[in-house]
Design a protein around this ligand. Structure first.
Ligand code: SF4
Ligand code: SF4
Ligand code: FES
Length: 241
């Protein structure tokens, strides 16, 4: 089977090349194929991986323009493999996720002080279960079209993580977390849903952003574009989606 890999090498200026590789491995994953290429054909090929079982999130890349985990994806003849989008490429299929990860700080997407008096029921715990499964693979971030116009967008996984804590009944700083996602955050999302099908964990950042908008409306925030469109004179105290 032949696959093509977009190679990126930064030697002062970025050098980009699409190279074809012939690999005969029956039923192999993309990660196994990349390892075969690296060990038997071209030791200069660079890619990231860790667990090899869809747990660590480090092997996310794009195949034919769609985000996948290389350790889970079974390649097809003629597949074109590329690094994730919206992040600087370090080399070949390895990207620098630091800026994307830093947006979790901007969003204050961590557990604040817990209210010890609040006991969680099984149902309460289930509310946060899905978002807690995020493996920070960056696939949703790569698929998000907002980065074409706003490189400071807090982005899908940081906002999903924010909702994970905002929706936690024990969280004592809900107002602070909601305030943190007003600028370059929930209102900049177009609700296009591109982040949803690419998530290997079945998380839907779009829905979580919708929930954050809802909560923001309850706390008196509005979409700034909506406010501007009506001269800032209307306040229904509800989200505008
Ligand atoms: S729904 Fe929002 S966060 Fe998700 S890809 Fe679209 S714009 Fe980005
Ligand atoms: S929400 Fe899903 S796609 Fe986005 S980083 Fe987390 S696991 Fe990856
Ligand atoms: S190697 Fe860990 S998710 Fe693929």
């Amino acid at each position: 089977m032949k696959i093509e890999i977009k190679r990126y090498i930064d030697e002062g200026e970025v050098h980009e090349e699409r190279l074809g590789y012939e690999v005969d491995l029956e039923g192999a994953t993309l990660l196994e194929m990349l390892t075969e290429i690296k060990t038997k054909q071209d030791a200069t090929l660079s890619f990231a991986s860790g667990c090899r079982s869809s747990v660590c999130g480090s092997c996310a890349m794009r195949v034919n323009g769609k985000e996948v985990l290389a350790c889970a994806y079974k390649p097809q003849e003629g597949d074109v493999v590329e690094p994730l989008k919206n992040m600087p490429v370090i080399r070949d299929l390895v990207v620098d996720m630091q800026k994307a990860l830093d947006f979790t700080k901007v969003a204050k997407a961590w557990a604040g002080e817990s209210d010890a008096a609040v006991a969680l029921s099984e149902e309460d715990a289930a509310v946060n279960e899905l978002q807690s499964d995020c493996i920070l693979c960056g696939s949703c971030y790569s698929a998000c079209p907002v980065y074409e116009v706003n490189g400071e967008f807090i982005g899908p996984f940081a906002l999903t993580r924010s909702w994970r804590y905002v929706s936690d009944k024990r969280e004592s700083d809900v107002a602070g977390k909601i305030e943190a996602v007003q600028t370059n955050g929930i209102w900049d999302c177009t609700l296009c849903g591109e982040c949803v099908p690419v998530c290997p964990q079945g998380i839907a950042p779009k829905s979580d952003i919708d929930m954050l908008r809802n909560k923001s409306g309850i706390l008196g925030y509005m979409d700034p574009k909506f406010v501007g469109g009506f001269g800032g004179g209307l306040d229904f105290g509800a989200p505008s989606f």
